[in-house]
Design a protein around this ligand. Structure first.
Ligand SMILES: NC(=O)c1ccc[n+]([C@@H]2O[C@H](COP(=O)([O-])OP(=O)(O)OC[C@H]3O[C@@H](n4cnc5c(N)ncnc54)[C@H](OP(=O)(O)O)[C@@H]3O)[C@@H](O)[C@H]2O)c1
Length: 514
């Protein structure tokens, strides 16, 4: 076993002036002066290091790497001016020949997306180095193994009680690797509910948020506020944070990792936003595709977890079975690309090869196709706007194949309709939808709730919030739509708490909501 390779940086200060040619004055690709050869607003300072003796500077001592253009356009890449800029002559897309290695922080490293992201990094050590990892703390051995394998500097665990387990696992892993005590360089450990947020805000080249659930909101905001590019798998943070997240993100700072939104961002590169007619988000249909509502009454968690095309964490897998995942993705697409809900379609595509499409005003449709493999959008998210060669296998065009597309069955799968309702209302409504759904999914997975009751309870809680629920939505008493009022983190968290309580009460009561 070998110790992780150290990085031998021999520079004290790096000025990027003149390295990559000129910066087009109208380029809004989001990478700022660094990639265009102009002077960055803030210099990136590295601590000098003698090869293999000094370590890289701790993450927290680093300054933000990029200067973001703030205050114009949309926040997601591939949107409006960002997209057009990505392929404009003179943009870094064409000028950069050798990729600069990026220091990456991965939140949720022990999960499905997190472990695949580490695979991407391991296969591309010339492009990416992991400097920080965060997890909930449920799998200390895996986290420790990841940390030592990648020579990580800072670890964060959300469950404070897991800190000791992680520390012990680090010693055990170091011993297993044959590291002697003097040589073992163990990472700094942050523990507690705020630890992932602290790590996200330390500053690095890119944060991948691959946590699951609403807990991702605070780290998402921390990364954006630190000026760090954010590769976002944790769609929940964008959906519940809404305008809070989009307002915190500079143009191009938010890079989608969800395969559908990565596909949309790719299809939009170089396009004029005025030419977009519709976004078409594809859905595999999940394990219960084609079933009627009556046929869904007795399905089990085991059946719901057997996704036909994707291997994912339990929450998103159940959300794929109910199609709530697609509903959340419709809201996500609206927030990322600024397209109104009436122009975002969902189409069922069982093969999961076409990951989404953009239809343009002239009748043309651009689709992004690749076999279902999250390593592709993860790699693109980490390397954006550059592609990572060999990230995932391409389609095999030598074999006869057929792709099917079908409309959504809204009666059997009402989740997309509910999500559109919440998304169009805006404000805290998406937080209510998401929180109620998380409670119901947990209850379903632990055998306390039937499959159909997930949608029923989520619908009931959402209806209650939209009708009259000052605790969930600070606005209805004024009669104004929530979206017109400024949203606050406190309001989102209050709505989240309220919806969890309401959904929990309905689950426990076992009442069928009317
Ligand atoms: N899986 C996919 O293919 C896929 C595709 C598109 C989008 N996404 C989205 O990506 C996100 C992650 O999905 P997943 O399937 O990878 O989930 P997952 O397998 O359940 O993994 C979740 C990860 O988040 C960590 N975590 C949970 N709570 C945390 C907290 N408070 N602080 C820090 N880390 C915490 C978990 O740590 P522990 O191991 O300690 O619990 C685990 O590492 C979700 O938002 C999902 O919707 C996933």
């Amino acid at each position: 076993m070998s110790t992780p390779p150290d990085v031998a940086l021999s520079v004290v200060r790096v000025s990027y002036s003149g390295r990559l040619g000129y910066r087009p004055p109208d380029c809004a690709c989001g990478w700022g002066a660094l990639r265009h050869g102009g002077r960055p607003a803030r210099r990136h300072v590295y601590v000098a290091q003698r090869p293999l003796t000094w370590r890289r500077a701790p993450v927290k001592e680093r300054s933000a790497t990029f200067s973001w253009r703030r205050g114009t356009g949309l926040r997601g890449v591939g949107a409006r001016d960002d997209v057009a800029a990505g392929t404009r002559p003179g943009c870094h897309n064409r000028l950069v020949t050798a990729p600069v290695r990026r220091d990456v922080v991965i939140l949720g490293s022990t999960g499905s997306v997190g472990t695949q992201a580490l695979d991407v990094v391991a296969a591309n050590r010339d492009r990416f180095a992991v400097v920080g990892l965060a997890s909930g703390g449920r799998r200390p051995e895996l986290l420790a193994a990841q940390a030592l394998e990648h020579g990580v500097e800072v670890l964060a665990v959300a469950r404070a009680s897991a800190a000791q387990d992680v520390q012990l696992a680090l010693y055990a892993e170091a011993t297993r690797r044959g590291w002697s005590q003097g040589n073992a360089r163990l990472p700094r450990l942050l523990a507690g509910p705020d630890a992932p947020t602290e790590l996200a805000g330390l500053g690095c080249d890119v944060v991948l948020n691959a946590m699951d659930g609403a807990a991702g909101l605070s780290p998402t905001l921390a990364a954006l506020q630190a000026g760090t590019p954010l590769a976002l798998a944790n769609k929940e943070s964008l959906i519940i944070g809404g305008e809070l997240v989009t307002a915190a993100a500079a143009p191009g700072q938010l890079v989608p990792v969800d395969s559908e939104h990565s596909a949309l961002a790719q299809a939009l590169r170089g396009e004029d936003p005025a030419d977009i007619a519709r976004l078409v988000v594809t859905a595999s249909g999940g394990p219960f595709r084609g079933r009627t509502r009556a046929e869904l009454a007795d399905v089990t968690p085991e059946q719901a977890l057997a996704h036909p095309t994707w291997a994912m964490g339990p929450v998103i897998t159940v959300n794929s079975a109910t199609l709530m995942n697609k509903g959340l993705e419709v809201i996500e697409a609206h927030l990322l690309f600024g397209i109104d809900f009436g122009r975002i379609e969902v189409v069922v595509h069982p093969q999961s090869v076409v990951h989404s499409m953009v239809e343009f005003v002239d009748g043309s449709t651009i689709a992004q196709a690749s076999p279902p493999d999250m390593r592709l959008p993860i790699a693109l998210g980490l390397g954006w706007p550059q592609r990572v060669p060999g990230a995932a296998p391409p389609c095999d065009w030598t074999a006869a194949t057929a792709w099917d597309f079908a409309p959504l069955d809204d009666e059997a799968f009402p989740a997309v309709r509910l999500a559109r309702l919440a998304g169009a209302r805006g404000g805290t409504a998406p937080a209510v939808l998401n929180a109620a759904n998380e409670v119901c999914v947990e209850a379903f997975l632990t055998g306390r709730l039937g499959f159909l009751a997930i949608g029923d309870i989520v619908g009931a809680v959402l209806a209650e919030a939209l009708a009259e629920a000052p605790a969930a939505d600070p606005v209805p008493s004024s009669g104004e739509p929530a979206a017109r009022q400024p949203l606050t983190v406190d309001a989102v968290l209050a709505a989240d708490r309220w919806a969890r309580e309401r959904a929990g009460a309905l689950v426990e009561s076992g009442r069928e909501p009317s």
